[in-house]
Structure formats: structure tokens, C-alpha cells
Design a protein around this ligand. Structure first.
Ligand SMILES: [Cu+2]
Length: 288
């Protein structure tokens, strides 16, 4: 007892250890889940879709191969510098050919490339399309904002603009938050069709493994299945003009029932509103 009275810190530590997870859980319950870039990030954002998980797996696999090659070549270089310096090897070899080594340094790189190509091509086809989508989201890029269309929801269609620095509310992310995010259901295969009305843009959401060029006169497909509710941020990542930095992407993933409710309300609002700017503002208020 005496000991504890003299050293309150000894008691404080176990109490904090017990309380910390509870406090974190409570804080987490209030803070909405969101995926965005963080300062000093050097790795990729974590994945919240099957495609992104495959991208991370391929990246990790190739990283091992690259690391082994780099270590091997650096080691070889070091050995040659040491062993064949003019001091240690005053009379250089006059050989100009060695069939075995030449075959090896041709065949081995080819084999390594084939080993990388197989999972790489598999991934290209995996992210290409989904065969039985529950929903289609059509994305049209404009200088400098995104337009989202839902052909399965009675043609629901709205524009999504960046929130300007002056209008940012507490907790909103500068150059990432938008007035009307695209709302999508979680756990469903969603077909994404990207196109553009003016110049080449790119629809890019890192944590969902979505990246498709938006090209005028073309429609390019991909798909996504979002693991959990939350907001997933992305950006146009094709230099498209002076406003390139002010066309971020925000995807709000919600449970299916909530999505259906949102789509119905948003469509009703859209029908009752003739002024596009007003419709946009009212749609923004409807976001869950
Ligand atoms: Cu762009």
C-alpha cells in the first residue's frame, strides 16, 4: 500500500492499458471510416476491394524479385571491382566469348520476365470487368469536375465539385472533399464506365484499386466491390489543365438498403429541380 501511494504511476499504467482500447473503440465509433492519403506516406494505401488486394499482392511479389536482382547485381559489381582491379589482376583475360554465360544471361532474364508476366496479365484481366454487375456507375470527366450517372436508378445524374478552401468545414479534407460524392453500395459488384467530355482525365481511387483513363469519345470499363462502408478519396491523375488539382473524387460506400433509399430521394429531388446548380446543392444535402 505504502509503495503504491508513493508511486501512483505504477497504478496508472495498468489502468491506462485497460482503458485505452475502450477509448479508442468509442472514438472510432464516432469518426467515420475514410481512406485518403496521409502525410509522409511511402507505401500504398491499404486495399478495400478485391482488385486492390491483388494489386498489393503483385506489388509485393515483384518487390521481392527486384530486391534479389538488385542485391545480386550490386554484389557482382562489388566483386568485379575488388577481384579484377589493376592491382589484383595486372594481366587481364583476353576472352571475348563464353557461350554458357551468354546463354544464361539471356535465358534467365527471359524466365524472370515470364514469371512476372503471368500474374501481371492475370491481374489485367481480373480488373478489366465483372460479368454480372449489380449496378453501373457512369463517370464523365469535365474540366474540372466529375459527373456521376446511375443508369439503373432511373438515370440519376449529378455533378461533383471540389469543396473550395473557403467553404471547408471542420474535418473535411482540402482538395479531396466534394459537394456531392458518388454513393455506392458495399459488397456489390459495380461496373464503372469512364469517359470524358473534353480532354483526357483519369478516374483514380487508390484504396479501391480503380484507375481508368477518361477519354473523349471512348468508354473504358472496370469494376469495384467495396469491402466496408466509408469514404474513399481519389483524384484525377492525368494532367488535364490548370484545374487538374481541383477535381478530386469521393466515393461514399453505404449498406445496400441505405443506398436504395438515397438513390430514390436523390432522383426525386433531381426531378423536382430544374436548375442544375440548385439540384446540385440539394443533392449535396442529401448525402448520407
Ligand atoms: Cu482531370
Amino acid at each position: 500500500m505504502n509503495l503504491l501511494a508513493r508511486r501512483p504511476a505504477a497504478l496508472l499504467f495498468p489502468v491506462m492499458m485497460v482503458l485505452a482500447p475502450v477509448v479508442m473503440l468509442l472514438a472510432g465509433a464516432h469518426a467515420a471510416f475514410a481512406q485518403s492519403p496521409t502525410p509522409w506516406e511511402i507505401g500504398m494505401q491499404p486495399g478495400f476491394s478485391p482488385v486492390k488486394r491483388e494489386i498489393i499482392a503483385l506489388h509485393d511479389f515483384v518487390l521481392v524479385i527486384i530486391t534479389l536482382i538488385t542485391i545480386f547485381v550490386a554484389g557482382l559489381l562489388g566483386w568485379v571491382l575488388y577481384r579484377y582491379s589493376a592491382k589484383r589482376n595486372p594481366v587481364p583475360s583476353r576472352n571475348s566469348h563464353n557461350t554458357l554465360i551468354e546463354v544464361l544471361w539471356t535465358v534467365l532474364p527471359v524466365l524472370i520476365l515470364v514469371i512476372i508476366a503471368i500474374p501481371s496479365f492475370r491481374l489485367v484481366y481480373f480488373e478489366d470487368r465483372t460479368h454480372d454487375p449489380a449496378l453501373t456507375l457512369k463517370v464523365t470527366a469535365h474540366q474540372w469536375y466529375w459527373q456521376y450517372s446511375y443508369p439503373d436508378q432511373g438515370g440519376l445524374d449529378f455533378d461533383s465539385h471540389v469543396v473550395s478552401d473557403d467553404d471547408l468545414k471542420p474535418g473535411q479534407l482540402r482538395l479531396l472533399d466534394v459537394d456531392a460524392p458518388a454513393v455506392l453500395p458495399v459488397g456489390k459488384d459495380i461496373r464503372i464506365l469512364a469517359t470524358s467530355s473534353d480532354v483526357i482525365h483519369s478516374f483514380f481511387i487508390p484504396s479501391l484499386g480503380v484507375q481508368r483513363y477518361a477519354i473523349p469519345g471512348r468508354t473504358i470499363e472496370t469494376w469495384v466491390r467495396i469491402d466496408k462502408p466509408g469514404t474513399y478519396y481519389g483524384e484525377c491523375n492525368q494532367i488535364c489543365g490548370t484545374g487538374h488539382s481541383i477535381m478530386p473524387i469521393a466515393i461514399k460506400a453505404v449498406p445496400e438498403a441505405e443506398f436504395a433509399e438515397w438513390a430514390k430521394k436523390a432522383k426525386a429531388q433531381q426531378n423536382s429541380q430544374l436548375q442544375p446548380a440548385g439540384a446540385r446543392a440539394r443533392l449535396a444535402q442529401l448525402q448520407p
